[in-house]
Design a protein around this ligand. Structure first.
Ligand code: M6R
Length: 370
C-alpha cells in the first residue's frame, strides 16, 4: 500500500496534489461560487457570528494559524487560534455568537474533543474540519467539513495538513460569500487560484524534491535547524520545525521573522542552518523586502541560509546559500506550496539518519488521552 515508496510518509507527501484536489472536489460551482451543503448551521446564525475560535493540536493547530490569516482577511471576523488543551482551562469567552472550528485529522484527539464539548456548553456552534469519516469529533460537532486526504498512516502529518488548510480556505471563502463581503472579486479569483493548486503542488514534487533531497542528505549532522517565516510563512516555519523534531529528532524551532531582533538572532553563528520562507514579491505590503532583509542579517552573522522563494524571485539569491523555487501563488495560498519542501527535507533527513520515519519514537498517530 506504499505504492512503491519506501515509507508511508513519502507516499503521503506525494498524495498531496490529490488530497487538495479531492478536498476541493464538488465544492466549487462553475459560476465562481461555493456550495458547502454540509455546513448545516442556520445561515442567519452564521451571519451573526462575531468571533471565530479555531481549536486544534500540533500540526492541525498550524493549519488553524494559516486559516486565521485567510479568514480574517476575507471575512473581517476576528479569529483566534488556540491549542485545544490550553483553551479548555483558560475559561475562554465563548457564546452563541462564536463559531468554533475544530481541526483534527483523526477526529479522536481527546484534548480537541474536550474543547469542543466545552465550547458547546457555552452555546457556541462547532464546525469540525476532519479527515476521518464518522469519528468522534465530527459526530459531536454541529457541522463537519471533511478533508478528503485519504487515510494518513505515517505519524507525521503531511497530506492532512494541506487538506486542512484547503478546507479552512473553503470555509473562510464560504463565510465571506455568505456575508456579502466586499472582497467579492477577490473571492472569485481565489477560487480559480485554488483549483490550480494541485498542479502546482505536483510541480513542487517534480521539480523541487530532487534538490531538497540532495540538500538534506548533506545535513545529517546538523545539531539544530531554525525556520523563519512571516505572515502565513510563520505557521509554515513552525510546521517545518515540528516535522524535523518528530521524525529526525533534531532540535528545530520556527520563528516569526520579525522576532529575530527580539532574541533568536543570538542563536545565529557560523554554519547555523536557517530555512527561510520568503513571501511573494508581488504580495501585499512590504513583506517580501522585510524577509529579504532578515536573510541578509542572518547571513552576515554566518548562517547557512536555505531559502524557499517564488519562481522568478531572484532578489534572494545574493544572500542565500541555497534557493528552492516554488510556483507563484497568491500570498494566502502559498503555504500549500512552501510546506512541501519542508516535509521532504524532514523525511529525507530522518531516512538518512536511519530512523523509521513512519513510526517515530514516543509518538502515537492519535493522542486519545489527555
Ligand atoms: O488527529 P489530529 O489532527 O487531531 O492530531 C493532532 C496532532 O496530534 C498531530 O497533528 C500531531 O502533531 C502530528 N504528529 C504532527 O505531525
Amino acid at each position: 500500500e506504499k505504492d512503491g515508496y519506501p515509507s508511508f510518509m513519502e507516499k503521503e507527501i506525494h498524495d498531496q496534489p490529490a488530497a487538495v484536489g479531492d478536498t476541493l472536489l464538488g465544492r466549487l460551482d462553475e459560476n465562481g461560487s461555493l456550495t458547502l451543503d454540509e455546513i448545516k448551521i442556520d445561515e442567519a446564525v452564521l451571519r451573526s457570528i462575531d468571533k471565530i475560535v479555531v481549536i486544534a493540536c500540533g500540526t492541525a493547530a498550524y493549519a488553524g494559524q494559516v486559516a486565521r490569516y485567510a479568514i480574517e482577511h476575507w471575512c473581517r471576523i476576528p479569529t483566534e487560534v488556540e491549542l485545544a488543551h490550553e483553551f479548555r482551562y483558560r475559561d475562554p469567552i465563548v457564546n452563541e455568537k462564536t463559531l468554533v472550528v475544530a481541526v483534527s485529522q483523526s477526529g479522536e484527539t481527546m484534548d480537541t474533543l474536550m474543547a469542543v464539548r466545552h465550547a458547546q456548553e457555552q452555546g457556541a456552534k462547532v464546525v469540525a474540519i476532519c479527515n476521518t469519516n464518522g469519528s468522534t469529533i465530527p459526530r459531536e460537532a454541529d457541522a463537519v467539513l471533511y478533508t478528503h486526504a485519504g487515510p494518513e498512516i505515517a505519524v507525521a502529518s503531511t497530506k492532512a495538513f494541506l487538506a486542512q488548510i484547503t478546507a479552512a480556505y473553503l470555509l473562510g471563502l464560504y463565510l465571506a460569500q455568505l456575508r456579502g463581503n466586499k472582497y467579492k472579486d477577490e473571492i472569485a479569483s481565489l477560487l480559480t487560484e485554488l483549483e490550480a493548486m494541485p498542479a502546482k503542488i505536483q510541480r513542487v514534487l517534480d521539480e523541487v524534491e530532487p534538490q531538497v533531497k540532495e540538500l538534506a542528505s548533506g545535513m545529517k549532522d546538523a545539531g539544530s535547524v531554525l525556520f523563519l517565516g512571516r505572515h502565513v510563512g510563520f505557521p509554515v516555519a513552525m510546521e517545518g520545525a515540528l516535522k524535523l523534531k518528530e521524525i529526525a529528532y533534531i532540535h528545530a524551532e520556527g520563528f516569526a521573522a520579525g522576532e529575530l531582533k527580539h532574541g533568536p538572532i543570538a542563536l545565529i553563528d557560523q554554519g547555523q542552518p536557517v530555512i527561510v520562507i520568503v513571501p511573494s514579491p508581488n504580495g501585499r505590503d512590504s513583506l517580501h523586502a522585510k524577509v529579504v532583509s532578515n536573510i541578509q542579517e542572518i547571513r552576515a552573522r554566518g548562517a547557512e541560509t536555505i531559502v524557499i522563494a517564488e519562481e522568478g524571485d531572484e532578489a534572494v539569491r545574493e544572500f542565500a546559500n541555497h534557493v528552492l523555487h516554488v510556483p507563484a501563488a497568491p500570498t494566502l495560498l502559498q503555504p500549500l506550496l512552501a510546506t512541501v519542501p519542508l516535509q521532504i527535507f524532514a523525511c529525507e533527513l530522518a531516512g538518512a539518519k536511519g530512523y523509521d520515519v513512519d513510526q517515530p519514537r514516543n509518538l502515537a498517530k492519535s493522542v486519545t488521552v489527555e
